[in-house]
Design a protein around this ligand. Structure first.
Ligand code: C5P
Length: 408
């Protein structure tokens, strides 16, 4: 298979140093990458770094290698353009169709998906000029990511930090899978997503847990935020995942904590997605001290049932709210995974249910996912294997289709 051809534009901000990590991630995941820095970007990172990591020549202007007409050839041959970091100046030049270097000229000839990952000081991101430029770019169908919040250059902190390179790479892969995966259709919506696996303590040392990595829930939160939603992510135990940009993350441990953290924000939400693997049972009693080996009492595995948070959310659903459940299923003698999924959708009463087939290394702790999307009242869509962000984009399509217009 021909590797996807990615053009990585790098503008001149301090976050340019992180573009080297993004470049590495893209090449290691099988993309062929050509780096197009601006002249200012080369004040931060040298040509040698980009050439060594990409294996391709690096130029900033249109007058190098003139016979190949690079700004046209590169743009036409690209499957994806990612600009990271995209500075205020780069966004302004792109919005106004300037073509004063190889990167901006290439942006005019590329017809593939374009992803801008902004990085700048909060004041610059919030300035009306930048807001207008971002709106103009988005209105043309290019994706301008919401930046992260956190430490900026100097002593500043706030909105405007470059999203994690892994997140930029994930969204880039998503746009290669599906160029229309990130519309702004959730702008003005509030959504709450749960993710990860709960841990139910047995004693101060041990817990009952599960294999959820949280990747699917994080992908749901990330994709919703980039589609414009205000997102609360209630994260139980997860693999070492970076916080999604522009998402309010609440960390919890047990099912009881997850329940507490979900019920409040869910009240004001347009949509709630329960992607967390919540323990169905917890130890009947929490031993105050470590249970010693060989002790006859207490029986450490006496269990009691946890409340079903999804069922509670459905019972408390406000008018128009869309609720999505997940079901990790295996087939058994009574039916296949899909059969169990249909039964679960009816039993839980949610609007949508994603059925994942688990076992044999599927779904848990891996980057890809597949399954079915079942809708209350009928409708079943098979979700072919793809990234967890791709699956998330299909879930949000279905949610967006069910949400009433904000004014209604
Ligand atoms: O019944 P089962 O655990 O298979 O259902 C899975 C769905 O129910 C998921 O959406 C999960 O987040 C949710 N769930 C819950 N509370 C529980 C158990 C599962 O909300 N105690």
């Amino acid at each position: 298979m021909v590797p996807p051809r990615v053009l990585l534009g790098v503008a001149g901000g301090i976050a340019a140093y992180k573009s080297a990590e993004l470049l590495r991630l893209l090449t290691e995941t099988g993309h062929s990458v050509r780096v197009l820095p601006t002249a200012a970007a080369l004040e931060f990172v040298g040509v040698a770094t980009f050439e060594a990591l990409s294996g391709e020549a690096v130029h900033t202007g249109v007058f190098a290698d003139v016979p190949s007409v690079p700004h046209v050839a590169l743009g036409k041959g690209a499957d994806l353009v990612v600009v990271a970091p995209a500075t205020a100046d780069l966004l302004a030049r792109a919005a106004h169709g300037r073509a004063d270097d190889l990167l901006t000229a290439t942006l005019l000839t590329a017809r593939c998906p374009v992803l801008f990952a902004p990085a700048m000081h909060t004041e610059m991101w919030e300035h009306p000029a930048t807001r207008d430029n971002v709106a103009l770019l988005r209105s043309r169908g290019v994706v301008v990511m919401e930046p992260a919040s956190g430490r900026l250059t100097g002593t500043d902190t706030g909105r405007g930090r470059l999203p994690d390179p892994a997140e930029i790479a994930e969204l880039g892969r998503l746009l290669l899978e599906r160029s229309d995966a990130l519309p702004g259709d959730l702008t003005g919506r509030r959504v709450v997503v749960s993710a990860g696996g709960t841990r139910e303590a047995l004693d101060p040392v041990r817990f009952l847990g599960n294999r959820s990595s949280g990747r699917q829930g994080f992908a749901l939160a990330r994709v919703a935020a980039q589609r414009g939603a205000a997102v609360t992510l209630v994260a139980a135990h997860t693999a070492d995942l970076g916080d999604p940009s522009a998402v309010d993350v609440v960390r919890v441990g047990s099912a009881a904590e997850l329940r507490e953290a979900m019920l409040g924000p869910a009240q004001g939400a347009d949509a709630v997605v329960m992607a967390a693997a919540v323990a169905d049972f917890r130890p009947a009693a929490l031993a105050p001290r470590k249970i010693k080996k060989g002790a006859a009492e207490p029986d450490p595995l006496r269990l009691t049932t946890n409340p079903d948070i999804l069922v509670e959310l459905v019972a408390a659903r406000r008018p128009g709210q869309v609720i999505v459940g997940f079901a990790a299923e295996t087939g058994d003698e009574t039916g296949d995974a899909l059969h169990h999924g249909r039964e679960k959708l009816a039993r839980k009463g949610c609007d949508l249910l994603v059925v994942n087939i688990v076992g044999d290394g599927k779904a848990f702790e891996v980057p890809d996912n597949a399954g079915w999307l079942l809708c209350a009242g009928g409708g079943e869509t098979e979700l072919a294997t793809g990234s967890k962000a791709l699956l998330a984009s299909y879930v949000w399509d279905a949610v967006a289709a069910r949400l009433k217009p904000p004014s209604a």
